[in-house]
Design a protein around this ligand. Sequence first.
Ligand SMILES: Nc1nc2c(ncn2[C@@H]2O[C@H](COP(=O)(O)OP(=O)(O)OP(=O)(O)O)[C@@H](O)[C@H]2O)c(=O)[nH]1
Length: 377
Amino acid sequence: MSPTGPTQQQIPVVVLAGFLGSGKTTLLNHLLRASRGTRIGAIVNDFGSIEIDAMTVAGQLGDSTLSLGNGCLCCAVDASELDVYLEKLTRPAARLDVVVIEASGLAEPQELVRMVLASENPRVVYGGLVEVVDAAEYEATRERHPEIDRHLAVADLVVLNKTDRVSRAALDRLRACLGGAASVVESAYGRVDPELFFDRRPSAERVGQLAFEDLLDEEDQHDGEHGDHCGPGCGHAAHLHTAYESVAFTSAAPMDPRRLMAFLDSRPEGLYRIKGFVDFGAFDARNRYGVHAVGRFLRFYPEPWPPGEERLTQLVLIGSGIDVEGLHKSLEAAVAPAPQGAPDEPAMWGVLRYVQRAEAEETGELGAADDEAPGDG
Ligand SMILES: Nc1nc2c(ncn2[C@@H]2O[C@H](COP(=O)(O)OP(=O)(O)OP(=O)(O)O)[C@@H](O)[C@H]2O)c(=O)[nH]1
């Protein structure tokens, strides 16, 4: 084999990060659909124990999409473990051009970058850090977590997403504070030009900046021993995810729409993110309802049940200062009682309020002023 033959080809590995619900999976799905011939491998990392993100990535799991499962990649997995996944995706037989690692919304991106840089796989080349920012939630998130700044500081490209949810003036204000060293591109529903994304090779200068020592925070440098999975300087105590807990809820019995809406409408402040799928049983036997809550934003996305799919409600709730047991009990209380006759149609109205507008948003029919669904904010 010649030294320039296929075995020598290096595959860029791009880290896709961003706070909970900012739109990472949406953007990854856009890339997978709009790749125009570029073959993309994906590694998906979920914070909750039900792997909702892995389930919602187009094409789902297969040869080119791998799930790293529960826990933040930055600590639940060490560099050698990640290397096993990278080995699978970068082997010549996989015939991929680029690998995207979608980090959980609470992972520390600098730790992931360190892992990729530490890879002993000669086919792996670090392809840059892309940070997705939720334009509507950024300011509130940054107030709670000023450490978000250090995530953005090491980004090669910042995607300012959800531009449909805020005014031009707010976007300009955000751009001014996101400035830094990275380029900023705006997007709605993660629709960035894939060429831009994959050409976003870190410049020699930035790779220099991303040497191990430079990626260490002050705190990291003084932080000594951690759990088994943290690499040297992992600085685990300072990681965002240490403040968050997740609740995984599965029910084989359908949910009651009114009870579930009562739960969602009164969800506690600290419960920042909900995602998953809901089975409303006879209330809509044809569809399962994807559900996403990010802060006060809530949407349902009905879609036909995939053939042969077990009819389960699977939800992951992520928050800070949440009552894990209480939330579990509340969800159990939202399970439908045994069916009594035909389901009453108005019961679904509360759910449907959060559906139609979402469709209009996707097709760009709504302006920012129309964004809030009834009950939002
Ligand atoms: N209005 C609006 N909604 C968006 C946009 N991009 C994503 N969303 C919605 O935001 C919610 C969260 O999107 P995801 O792509 O799952 O976010 P994520 O960053 O992968 O979430 P985590 O993995 O939980 O951190 C979903 O309801 C998306 O449809 C956008 O540009 N505008």
